[in-house]
Design a protein around this ligand. Sequence first.
Ligand SMILES: NC(=O)c1ccc[n+]([C@@H]2O[C@H](COP(=O)([O-])OP(=O)(O)OC[C@H]3O[C@@H](n4cnc5c(N)ncnc54)[C@H](O)[C@@H]3O)[C@@H](O)[C@H]2O)c1
Length: 250
Amino acid sequence: MKGIKNGVVFITGGENGLGAAISKKFAEEGAKVVIFGIDEINGNKVAEECSKLNEGAMFIKGNVTNNDDIKNAMNIIKDKYGKLDFAVNNAGVTGGLKPFGETANDHYDLIMNVNVKGVFLCMQNELQLMMENKFGKIVNVSSEAGTSAGFEGLSVYVGSKHAVNGLTKAAAIEYATKGININAVAPGTMSTPLVKAFPQEDQDKLAAIRPSNRLVNVDSVANTVVYLCSDYSMDMVGTIISVDGGNTIK
Ligand SMILES: NC(=O)c1ccc[n+]([C@@H]2O[C@H](COP(=O)([O-])OP(=O)(O)OC[C@H]3O[C@@H](n4cnc5c(N)ncnc54)[C@H](O)[C@@H]3O)[C@@H](O)[C@H]2O)c1
């Protein structure tokens, strides 16, 4: 896609699930892929797969809730590539299902720290490096739970993804005249290995809430992320693109 080749992309949680699909898609398009996350084994594996598609991919171990880890990653990127073109803030956790009234403080802290503070800290550091070139594209990975609350047992997750949408829009306005586009993608339940392992009956239920009557394809979400970093999205500012089979327009 126009504008992606030879760009440097930083992808949090790029070791698994959607993040791995995004990492490979960028490598296929000729970008230098930097994966950042806590899973060293899969991180190195996916970086190796990306390197076969386009040389120069790497994994950096780090936690999105730790500002020093993120700063360390930015320093490595600056030393190796001298710039950061694109960033995909994808790392996120659901924390499992819990009724609102039974949600413990540490459950709340975990989800909010990774999903909201993590996105906030990553964006701040990414923007600092991008501003050196006055160019950049940031894509935050939100969810259909960022605009809709109808997901039983996921109240804190719902709150966290609504916050991601708010941060995306507010930062997008601030940087709209500075050469930096900030947007988000909001996937519905995807056919990731985790979901494919659910009993067929549960998968069917998750599919049936969508007008499309199927789970969301991971690659279609990854392609939307790449589009938001391409030259074709120059006028996308603070947009939250739903890729959810129509669930949130019902
Ligand atoms: N799976 C779905 O159906 C679905 C639907 C809508 C939105 N999403 C969102 O998509 C994103 C990716 O989800 P996924 O299903 O691929 O999940 P996943 O669990 O397969 O991958 C999450 C990745 O984030 C990394 N990670 C977790 N905590 C981290 C931390 N503190 N610091 C750094 N890295 C960390 C993990 O190592 C992992 O690689 C998340 O933001 C999620 O909320 C997923």
